[in-house]
Design a protein around this ligand. Sequence first.
Ligand code: SF4
Length: 931
Amino acid sequence: MAAARSVYFSFLPHHGRAVTQPLPLPALHASHAGTWLRDANGATRGCSKGEAVMAAADTPQLLMNAPLVASRLGYPDLSGLDLLELFAFVYPARFCVPTPKGLAHALGLEEPADDAAVPLLLQRAAGALVATCESNDWAEREGAWSTLQSLARLRWPWAGVLAPHVRRPERAEKWLFTRLPEWEETAERPQPAQVLIDEPEIEAQLERLTGEGAERREGQRLFSRDAGHVFGPRDRQKRPHVLLAQAGTGIGKTLGYLAPASLWAERSGGTVWVSTYTKNLQRQLRRESRSAWPAARADGSPPVVVRKGRENYLCLLNLEDALQGGFAGRPAILAHLVARWAAYSQDGDMIGGDLPGWLGTLFRKRGIAALTDQRGECVYAGCPHYRKCFIERSARNAAQADLVIANHALVMVNAARGRDPASRPTRIVFDEGHHVFDAADSTFSAALTGQEAIELRRWIVGPEKNSRGRRRGLAARLADVASYDDAGGEAVEDAVVAAQALPSDGWLGRLAENAPLGPLEHLLAAVRATTFARDESGLAMGYGIETETAQLPGELVEAAGTAAQALATIRTPLLKLAGRLEAIVEDAPDWLDGQGRARIEGARHSLAWRIDLIAAWEALLSRLGGPADPEFIDWLQVDRNDSREFDVGIYRHWLDPMKPFAKVVLEPAHGVMLTSATLTDRDETGPDWPHAITKSGAPHLELAPKTAEAQSPFDYAGRAEVLIVTDIRKGDIPALAGAYARLIEASDGGVLGLFTAIRRMRAVYGRIADRLARAGLPLYAQHVDPIDTGTLTDIFRDDPRASLLGTDALRDGVDVPGRSLRCVVMESVPWPRPTILHRARRAAAADQEGGAKRYDDRIIRARLAQAFGRLIRTREDAGHFVVLSPAFPSRLLSAFPEGTPVTRLTLEEALQRVANGVVSADLSTAEILPQ
Ligand code: SF4
């Protein structure tokens, strides 16, 4: 199979593009439009799916994204020479949109004109990548030869092809774990100085950041001056400055708040946290912060740090374990490609960082998750890679940073239980502030479920007997403490014995067979039985079911009591152990050096977190069967996906999660700003500030936040149009699918299709994907294509003829400026799902002005406003927002920006408008929303 060295691979300049000889191996491409094969040196021909499967079974074929090709061919076991795996090997930590066109762009090759041209592109791309391995300029050469030897042993299909082209280095290559730099311990930052920044200074800074000659935007200047308010010194303890700033899309709010934030950080020596909901905004912030801060300070430390939850980062100890036999087969190949990436990664962030989002999905299993520290098993300074650990580096960098970019959940968790109180956030800008309520809702909730409980068991006891790898329990992690301190050792032993009461592997099967083991499994079995007994939703598999905690059967209440006792028996030795660790740190023995101390501090921190968790579970159980607490909403739930149940448990949410938010986040802070384009609801009378204030949590501290508003500079009246299509009947799937297909055809792609139910989305996709593909209009869908959401968005952004279907995550997170997104189609009015949580909050709102109906309207308007916000991202964008709904209440129209024309019409009329484009649309019949 191996080609003769250097015969096929030469670069010739041709119209500015690199031209390489194709790699003479057979190639296969399959899309919804058909299937193509190309011989090693011959012509491309269309073929049947069956032929393609036979060919792939005979000889390894060049292909791109094997799981996707497999799903197009309906043959899940397909394998071959995947170009994406080769790309990940040759160019670790480089970006590539995982489509033939994206690959062509990444390699400087000509785009394939159509599907039939893809197999030749695959041969060319393979030729170009192999040629890179021969080139002297290959920037990522270091480590490649050694990795290739390991991959050959694992029978990676590419290993034989590459072997003649990756030359053996003259000197032994550095192993990843020696190559990575060590972080340095630094002194704690002093408290920030109290400084006042005046408005002219903020304006001057804003001008500096926006750049010479930039257009002067009054809205942005106003916004920036208002943002300065939160950086003033606090007058009274527990009384932070709070600002709610609504900033229409396009006013430039990021630089608007970075102007005062950067001035304050520079003068005070403190850290500003900017919290976002989406990774897109994190990337944008990283980019825009470069105008205010250099990439590195004179001492080499970064002034701007992106900080995520630890489960996002590669754990080097887990990786080492995977490389040394912890993983076998395909996951082991993944581990070696991840090791290649780790050597070149900017910060070791595996989820949304520079590890390609598609890499994990090529290997189909949960390999990526197993390489992170999902279970809190970190041994801190006891880990041989501690000084190189990406997570530790990121935490240390953040403690010294001027700007930390994080997400809402992490900011809240950090405020609640940050490892080091001195580095808890005190000046916080919550951008995408309309999501703060939901983030608080999940952060401050409690869930006693089977999955959570088994995680706790593994954390205490260690892995079950038959699992591979190094995962270790508490006893192994704290072995030296146990040998030094008898009482500590006993506490660990007691905790391990008590933790046998928690669910173990196979618990879901035992629940289904009604043969639970131990008090927690008995409780979960009772929860499951009660939920099924009371369920009246009629929901099929694929949907979770739930029931409230009222009128519970006696057995469940009894099982809850026994389970609570078992939990207390686990918590008691953990508390004792925490006390012993504290004593050891205070009265340090000789052997306790700095690293040992850090390790014990780490163990104390994770112990405290588990103790709190168990206490919250006990509290949750103690209420079952008793009177309901009006502050909380409790329910029982069985989670199910397409084919099976995957979790069972008891949930507790705050009726108003902004109450703990106010206590934990606002009260200790000095300045907090919430900003968003949709911070307030807007009904017919205008923006509803009183409600936005209530929702900020400030009233719980009796604070009256300052409010500010800056209008979007976009010309919505001239560049967007809302079309309400009134002749598609609700529930008529063929009509719904037909409408989507025709709208996508009319707009020639570029459609973002939003659904409230995955099932309907799949049904629509199944009916129309082939038809559209044959017209050269690729269609992708969340929960259908084996591709993660971030990558799907990259594919959509990269191809103006592509369309994308999805659910909530796309409604809120897609940022696709330009022509690639020119039409948003919603399948219906996005009514809230009538869950127990929703029902309880709706009932609580019944006494307020507008009652329960207004509560629902607010939710729908917020969703509509978010979805509409996907359409116009820049001044040049234009497009249609289509809702397929025969009955769209007029009171919801205020969700759209003022002046946007809204027309109710038939599908035929809508198709005409979409085909004509917005700017030339005839708006004579539109309802123009009041200015
Ligand atoms: S310090 Fe912890 S997270 Fe970091 S590599 Fe070691 S075990 Fe993993």
